[in-house]
Design a protein around this ligand. Structure first.
Ligand SMILES: CCCCC/C=C/C(=O)SCCNC(=O)CCNC(=O)[C@H](O)C(C)(C)COP(=O)(O)OP(=O)(O)OC[C@H]1O[C@@H](n2cnc3c(N)ncnc32)[C@H](O)[C@@H]1OP(=O)(O)O
Length: 424
């Protein structure tokens, strides 16, 4: 029976007829589009879409967009040629001038077509993969989507650098519990905007219940223990896509993930600085509304905050990166770049920033095609030996922190931040 089923599956896989049938309508669609002329409304819509671009399409595309826009609105290039040292304006002039006498309507159509070809990068969030076909509602602080076997949990408080407030702790736990039971194969955490997460929202310490600060510290310890427990027990492969700086608990938790991917933005900035083009490139980029991303860094300034390590990092970090390196991070608050964190084993792999999202999501989609039971069982074999220990470490860290939160050292650090006297 099983063999017959296998033979049937193989026969279906090798049959190309479905490909031949679908190719005809695709060609027809293309011909129809070419014959179409973009209206002024289409053009305006496309201009608005460009403003929503969060993923940098690259300078070549930006120059094309600029040139087509000018051609569509003003006609052939009518500006005097900029001087040879005026690099940016000269590049723009060259691009516009290269369009010669292309009619305005054709430029408008080409602009619309070009913008629509960029559609995968057009989304109101900076993270565009996987798509948003199955978006879970009912979250205030997260965007949770499921596609291609991947549930993506995205921190969504970009204006607050994705600081984790009490509501967000609860929502992350709820999203993880749902993801552990849904039909996805892997689960990904990432951040919206320029930060992965700035860690615990320090205003969490401000709403004091009737029982006073002791009750607040106790409640926070209970919450933290339950929160970290969800990561210890999460049954499917859990992956962090670190899109920008990570601070505090968003770093320590990484020791409980199965893979951590980060971008190498810093080396690209250094490279452009070396070639003396940095200022020009920034000026050019700022003439387009493309969100800039900060380099991914990893920072656990617990001593500065009068606090102590959590997220099981007092156990996982020395194991991952050697006790001495863990001490530098967890006790002395040394901030690591993505490259350094990778060298220490905290980050699995660092990708060039220009291809970060594309490469990571391509890889994740491939992971999500692996046999789900094998993935879960392998994770369980790895985690099983450590689970009890991790829960014990978590409990102890929360106890110690409960005491720290009542200390003057911690109170002063939080007051200083909230009164804008200090930042990390
Ligand atoms: C209950 C469980 C407890 C678990 C224990 C966890 C411990 C930790 O996670 S410790 C780490 C705590 N995090 C921090 O100490 C970071 C504090 N934030 C900063 O130092 C800075 O904001 C920054 C370096 C992360 C970013 O600096 P900058 O680029 O200059 O941006 P702004 O400071 O202007 O931030 C914009 C906006 O966001 C607010 N904000 C950012 N991070 C936090 C945060 N962790 N808590 C509360 N608020 C945060 C910041 O106040 C700004 O708000 P507005 O002024 O209203 O715009």
């Amino acid at each position: 029976m099983a063999m017959a089923y296998l033979a049937w599956r193989l026969a279906r896989r090798s049959c190309p007829s479905s490909l031949q049938v679908t190719s005809f309508p695709v060609v027809q669609l293309h011909m129809n589009r070419t014959a179409m002329r973009a209206s002024q409304k289409d053009f305006e819509n496309s201009m608005n879409q460009v403003k929503l671009l969060k993923k940098d399409p690259g300078n070549e595309v930006k120059l094309k967009l600029y040139a087509l826009y000018k051609q569509a609105t003003e006609g052939p290039c009518n500006m005097p040629k900029p001087g040879v040292f005026d690099l940016i304006n000269k590049a723009k002039w060259d691009a516009w001038n290269a369009l010669g006498s292309l009619p305005k309507e054709a430029a408008r159509q080409n602009y619309v077509d070009l913008v629509s070809s960029l559609s995968p990068s057009l989304e109101s969030s900076s993270q565009v993969e996987p798509g948003t076909d199955r978006k879970s509602t009912g979250f205030e602080t997260l965007v949770v989507t499921s596609e291609d076997g991947i549930t993506k949990i995205m921190f969504n408080r970009p204006k607050k650098k994705n600081a984790i407030n009490t509501e967000m702790y609860h929502e992350i736990m709820r999203a993880l519990k749902a993801a552990s039971k849904d039909d996805s194969i892997i689960t990904v955490l990432t951040g919206n905007g320029d930060y992965y997460s700035s860690g615990n929202d320090l205003t969490n310490f401000t709403d004091i219940p009737p029982g006073g600060v002791e009750e607040k510290a106790k409640n926070n310890a209970v919450l933290l223990r339950e929160f970290v427990g969800c990561f210890i027990d999460f049954p499917k492969p859990l992956i962090a896509v670190v899109n920008g700086p990570a601070v505090g608990i968003s770093v320590t938790l990484l020791g409980l993930f199965d893979a951590v991917y980060a971008s190498d933005r810093v080396s690209q900035l250094l490279e452009s600085k070396r070639s003396g083009k940095q200022r020009e490139m920034r000026a050019f980029e700022s003439s387009f509304s493309v969100a800039s991303h900060k380099q991914a860094t990893f920072h656990t300034p617990f001593s500065h905050l009068g606090q102590s390590p959590e997220g099981c990092s007092s156990y996982t970090f020395p194991k991952i990166m050697s006790p001495a390196k863990a001490t530098e991070m967890l006790i002395f608050g040394k901030k690591l770049t993505a490259g350094e964190a990778c060298a220490q084993g905290l980050v699995t792999e660092v990708f060039p920033d220009s291809t970060f999202q594309k490469e990571v999501w391509t890889r994740l989609k491939a992971f999500a095609k692996l046999p789900p039971n094998a993935l879960r069982i392998s994770k369980e074999v790895i985690r099983k030996r450590e689970r009890e220990k991790l829960h014990a470490v978590n409990a102890e860290e929360c106890n110690v922190l409960q005491g720290r939160w009542l200390s003057d050292e911690c109170t002063n650090a939080v007051v200083n931040f909230l009164s804008r006297k200090s930042k990390l």
